[in-house]
Design a protein around this ligand. Structure first.
Ligand code: F6P
Length: 487
């Protein structure tokens, strides 16, 4: 089978370059070895109608990267607009932050249609398409419109929220009906999958049986595939990075003081304000811990053209400065706050230097930083992970110190417990987590999804007897009106 992977953001093949976003970094090693073609945005836009979408092709391991220039007329409405000002806030249960301009949805659909046309050139008789994330919810339907009959899978890296939240998304019904053109839809957690099932049953009135939904597109299988990392590879990076200048300078600067580390995109879903407030509370409640533990917070700016992100950047900067002003000393800075990205290999060394990893999102699909922090630890003297129970990773990493990021006092107490946790307990908790990371790597995730997608090919050919056109139309009209067609 020839696999074509599609995502908005792509990664270049160097672990020594800074990378933004968990998806691109996680996919890189597996896509590189699989021989797949990975298609996504070049980060550039192109004016005018592109009859034949322009793609720059680069070699990537056994396969290739195809970098597309997206249409300039629709890029803003697609990326900053519908994808990141309607879908992203809703998927993270922040409907209060939904902001859409009149043509954003149209632009989103146009870019999905554009990507579908671009993908045709990579289609071979035994191709399967694997679409990543919320940027391309309608891509399966667009490919079907163009006559593609090969298997098309979709994996959602974010959470899928409760019904009432999804109803806050403009055009939600049309979009989710379009999603049912995928043969396979993968989610990070059982809860995400159940929320999606609840939507299609109660909002679209569709039948669900054995984890499959039947719609006018045919059958869509829904399943859970929690994304992992290559834990052993990450551990190797961490051990190697000890001598990297950035890492050794950090170590020397600590003078025996303990370090907590947070690494996030600057995003309101990551709980940065809550986390910094918890440190503020910790140093206020237990002044003896000032100078004993400090925080290194790496917050990489992203989506800066969106107002909510600009506001967050200002708010976090103000809070950091206020906390440093109140708790700092002439020779001690409580929070080191950096707005830049690091390569995977240096990050691994920074994680290993920190005795505490703080990963406290308000809502997160998986959060691979949590997994990377664990994998980077020194087995003889591992650090402690303080993890939000609202990150998908908490389902697996249940021997971390699980916290509710909305409860600042209890988060402060958990950080205090992490600071003084005895080695025996640290090792016990860490070994249990590491065992799970090794049992469910990114390679397992990739292989399990691709195998399930391959099964869809045989199911498709068995079910290929097409529904007669008038009945197709009738079914779509009926489900569009929110009714069910009883057979
Ligand atoms: O679903 C998560 C994700 O796709 C990650 O890759 C990344 O955290 C983010 O969303 C994408 O961010 P950006 O808009 O910066 O590409």
């Amino acid at each position: 089978m020839k696999l074509v992977v599609v995502s908005n953001r792509l990664a270049r093949s160097k672990t020594t370059e800074p990378m933004t976003g968990g998806l691109a970094a996680a996919l890189l090693p597996v896509v590189e070895h699989s021989g797949a073609i990975w298609v996504g945005s070049s980060g550039r836009v192109r004016e005018g109608q592109q009859k034949e979408p322009f793609a720059e092709i680069e070699a990537l391991g056994a396969g290739a990267l195809a970098l597309l220039d997206l249409p300039s007329a629709h890029y803003g409405g697609y990326y900053e607009g519908f994808a990141n000002s309607a879908l992203w806030p809703a998927l993270h249960s922040r409907t209060d932050l939904i902001r859409v301009q009149q043509d954003d949805y149209l632009s989103y659909r146009e870019v999905n249609a554009f990507m579908a046309r671009a993908l045709l050139r990579f289609r071979k008789p035994d191709t399967a398409f694997w679409v990543q994330d919320y940027h391309f919810l309608a891509l399966g339907a667009e490919l079907r419109q163009l006559g593609v009959t090969e298997p098309i899978g979709f994996f959602l890296h974010t959470p899928w929220p409760a019904l009432a939240v999804v109803e806050g998304v403009p055009h939600h019904r049309e979009l989710i009906e379009a999603m049912l053109a995928f043969d396979l839809i993968g989610f990070q957690t059982r809860e995400d999958c159940d929320n999606f099932l609840a939507y299609v049953q109660s909002e679209l009135g569709l039948a669900v049986k054995g984890g499959c939904v039947t719609s006018h597109h045919g059958r869509t299988r829904l399943a859970v595939f929690p994304i992992g990392i290559d834990a052993d590879l990450f551990a190797q990076y961490a051990a190697k990075a000890a001598s990297h200048p950035d890492v050794s300078r950090l170590r020397r600067s600590l003078h025996g003081e303990k370090l907590a580390i947070g690494v996030d995109r600057l995003d309101y879903s990551k709980g940065l304000i809550n986390r910094i407030s918890a440190f503020d509370r910790l140093w206020t409640m237990q002044p003896a811990l000032a100078r004993t533990v400090s925080l290194l917070q790496i917050a990489t700016p992203s989506r800066g053209a969106i107002e909510a992100y600009g506001n967050l950047q200002n708010e976090v900067a103000r809070l950091v400065s206020d906390v440093n002003g109140r708790h700092g000393e002439a020779d001690w800075t409580p929070i080191r706050y950096l707005n830049k990205g690091y390569s995977q290999s240096v990050l691994a060394g920074l994680y290993r230097t920190a005795q505490i990893g703080v990963v406290t999102p308000l809502h997160d699909g998986m959060n691979l930083v949590a997994k990377e922090y664990v994998a980077a630890q020194n087995p003889a003297d591992p650090g402690v992970l303080v993890l939000s129970k609202f990150a998908g990773a908490a389902k697996e990493l249940d021997t971390a110190l699980l916290v509710n990021p909305h409860d600042i006092d209890s988060m402060a107490r958990a950080i205090g417990i992490a600071v003084s946790m005895p080695l025996v307990e640290r090792r016990m908790r860490w070994e249990a987590m590491m065992k799970k990371l090794r049992a469910h790597t990114i390679q397992h995730w990739f292989a399990e999804f691709v195998e399930a997608l391959e099964e869809c090919r045989s199911e498709r050919s068995a079910l290929e007897a097409p529904v007669p056109e008038p009945l197709r139309w009738l079914r779509s009209a009926i489900s569009g009106a929110g009714l069910t067609l009883r057979s």
